[in-house]
Design a protein around this ligand. Sequence first.
Ligand code: FAD
Length: 480
Amino acid sequence: MRNRQIITLLLIASLILLSACTSSTVEEQKVPEPQQVEESSETEKVKDETTDIVIVGGGGAGMAAAIEATEGGAKVILVEKLPFLGGTTILASTAYNAGGSSVQMAMEKPYTADDFYAKIVKGKTDENGSIRRLADMSGETADWLIKMGGDLSKVINGSQHITSDGSAFGVMIASVLINKLNELGIDYRTNAKATEIIMEGDKAVGVKIESPDGNYNIMADAVILATGGFASNPEMVAEYTPQWAGYPSTASVGATGDGIKMAMAVGAAIGNMDSASPQTVAYDTGKGAVSLTNVRYNGAILVNEEAVRFVNELADTASLGAAIKAQTNGHAYLVFDQTSVDNAALMQEYKDRGYFIEANTIEELAAKINLDASTLTKTIETYQGYFDAGEDKEFGRKDSMFSRIDKAPYYASLISPASQTTNGGVMIDDGARALREDGTSIPGLYIGGETANQEGPGLTVAFNIGRLAAKTALADMKLK
Ligand SMILES: Cc1cc2nc3c(=O)[nH]c(=O)nc-3n(C[C@H](O)[C@H](O)[C@H](O)COP(=O)(O)OP(=O)(O)OC[C@H]3O[C@@H](n4cnc5c(N)ncnc54)[C@H](O)[C@@H]3O)c2cc1C
């Protein structure tokens, strides 16, 4: 019952976030109104507090860090600036990627941490071994999430743990983490925005908090910044990832780079800031952009205004985003059939929300989206040949072909790229300690999740680097 209530609340929160997440400027984004609170009188000042570890940001990284730290024996306060927990994590639609989890090792062909490493290191150098570290941690964290009640029982494409009924991953996992915070009695506060790191000499010793009750300080032995990325900060997007400037954001409205800016203000170095994983298939609902990545993974092909395919639909997001941007009008259509809709609960939900254009035949679909019918028919017939042969001779698509695109009704959705996940951030060492430009660490300051400069799938980075930050903080505090 309690689970159901939390999931309902999270669904509402994610819908608010979705409708707030598309505007091209921060000013235009409507941050949900904070809950009504009585104004505190002038004399009633909120008191400063002390704890072992203060964690800034209530998304996947922050919640994972809070659970890890509490179970390790620390007293924790977690602060979240929005009126609800979840961050971009709650919006994650598809999968937790890993290698070597118990589910993967029990598969007919086991999928190991090495397999996952090979997948995520492709095209990158991994000079400091951080991608290797992430791959090695990922399987154990899948098991940690499962133990907590996470539904990660189904694996597709080797690395992707998805929900058993294909429903949104983020809503499921956020509810599991919130349940655990409640079970452990963790002190988490919403509408509590961290504005500054408090330093004593060269050590981080707390954070300044702005809240509707008044401003106060939380003093702590360790500060973990887990404020997500900066995809919803148009100025930072324009400065660091100008290739996606002007496109909407599908990330949480809270993803404004606060942790990166706070860490920089106390001397932390940043790196890899121009590296972003754009959202490749953002659908404009009229009220905001939503990610239709799930549609890609459920068998859709992408065609341009000329009604032809132009890319492997499952290519890495940066090259896929660039390929769409290069097409006529900088957009494309997802084209698929009823098989794809039948394949996952989320697909049916998208259909119900009106994100898809529907037609009984390919010709009728082409007419509805103003594409040349004979070219679209030929494109689909060619793809059917690849499906039958199990090999996409044009673009090398191997996984998630799923559908032959031959079961009416047929569907299309107009999409464009968007800002989504930013990979660059605060430089960290192998224990997620914040680093200065000279490579030394800032005592007491740790970075979790997308706030860190860490390559890898967003949720994998969130949960693993969140946990790592907490473990290191505990070890540094000699609590472990
Ligand atoms: C539409 C969409 C779909 C995605 N799907 C997937 C997927 O299927 N698989 C995958 O691996 N990745 C996916 N990602 C990426 C992934 O969701 C994110 O990279 C990941 O959730 C980031 O987690 P985080 O904890 O670092 O940040 P977040 O979850 O964003 O949490 C950060 C929190 O910090 C809060 N905060 C910010 N500033 C402050 C402050 N000053 N004070 C207090 N609180 C603050 C924010 O409000 C937010 O709640 C997707 C992203 C999007 C946008």
